[in-house]
Design a protein around this ligand. Structure first.
Ligand SMILES: Nc1ncnc2c1ncn2[C@@H]1O[C@H](COP(=O)(O)OP(=O)(O)OP(=O)(O)O)[C@@H](O)[C@H]1O
Length: 255
């Protein structure tokens, strides 16, 4: 196995939409089994970069190398089919999988339990579920395809602080239990500190990597005090403060 085959490596990535440069020169790596967080100002190109890593779009220049077989996206909008109940939304994702058709409902119900939903929720339609429950169904649907790379584009940003904390803990647990690698886009430095092994801070468009920062502390030990202190330490770095325009970030309730 060579050095490039043990996770995700992005090298010299540049991209322009027509005459508009979006990504200037992005290089980083994320080892297998780790959680990376991409953070940067609105419109700097985070979603574009994530789409390229998931092969939904192709860069103008540079390379993306990884050895993941099943990347899967989870977006801020859970994108559930409104005419299918929760279990059927997941069963739909199982079509074409190695799981036999007659086992799809059972597998869907198992996955709903994995993400913390009750057996009764399986028959509910998206409009009968709360925002947090819909996002849990979207996560269960993502797990249905047995991914090895989770590409998470602000999946918690529409949720209130309490729900967001629950979902962060759930996603971290799933990543650990299923041996996944994840790249999470967020606007929230506290969320990045809570979730990431490696934080990648992007500048405003055209985005460059302003800083990369590894957090070694185990997730279970990242309490509010640690998160506050680590956010403060990061913002004391002028390159990070400038990239994130700190006057908008605040030091409020960590999420
Ligand atoms: N398909 C496209 N065609 C043209 N321009 C695009 C396209 N997709 C994105 N852009 C532009 O590229 C830039 C980066 O967009 P992108 O959505 O990647 O940013 P972002 O950092 O994820 O933003 P946000 O944090 O607000 O979600 C923006 O100026 C956007 O308007």
């Amino acid at each position: 196995m060579n050095a490039l085959s043990s996770g995700l490596t992005v090298t010299g990535l540049r991209h322009a939409f027509g005459p508009h440069d979006v990504l200037a020169d992005i290089s980083f790596n994320l080892p297998r089994g780790r959680i990376g967080c991409l953070i940067g100002p609105s419109g700097c190109g985070k979603s574009t970069l994530l789409a390229m890593i998931g092969a939904l779009a192709h860069p103008t220049h540079g390379h993306i190398h990884h050895d993941f077989r099943h990347p899967v996206f989870v977006f801020q909008d859970p994108c559930l089919l409104p005419w299918r109940n929760a279990a059927d939304n997941i069963a739909f994702a199982l079509k074409g999988s190695r799981i036999e058709r007659r086992q799809h409902q059972q597998r869907a119900c198992d996955l709903l339990r994995v993400v913390g939903l009750e057996p009764d929720d399986a028959g509910k339609f998206p409009h009968e579920l709360s925002g947090g429950m819909r996002q849990r169904v979207a996560l269960a649907r993502a797990l249905a395809v047995e991914p090895d790379l989770l590409l998470l584009d602000e999946p918690f940003s529409a949720l209130d602080v309490g729900l967001r904390r629950q979902m962060q803990a759930l996603v971290r647990r799933l990543i650990s239990e299923h041996g996944l690698t994840a790249l999470l886009v967020t606007h929230d430095l506290a969320e990045a500190v809570r979730m990431a092994d490696r934080i990648l801070v992007l500048t405003a468009k055209p985005a460059r990597l302003a800083a990369g920062h590894d957090i070694a502390r185990p997730f279970a030990q990242r309490d509010d005090g640690f998160v506050h202190a680590e956010v403060g330490r990061l913002l004391a770095n002028p390159a990070i403060a400038a990239a994130l325009a700190v006057e908008d970030m605040g030091h409020g309730e960590p999420t």
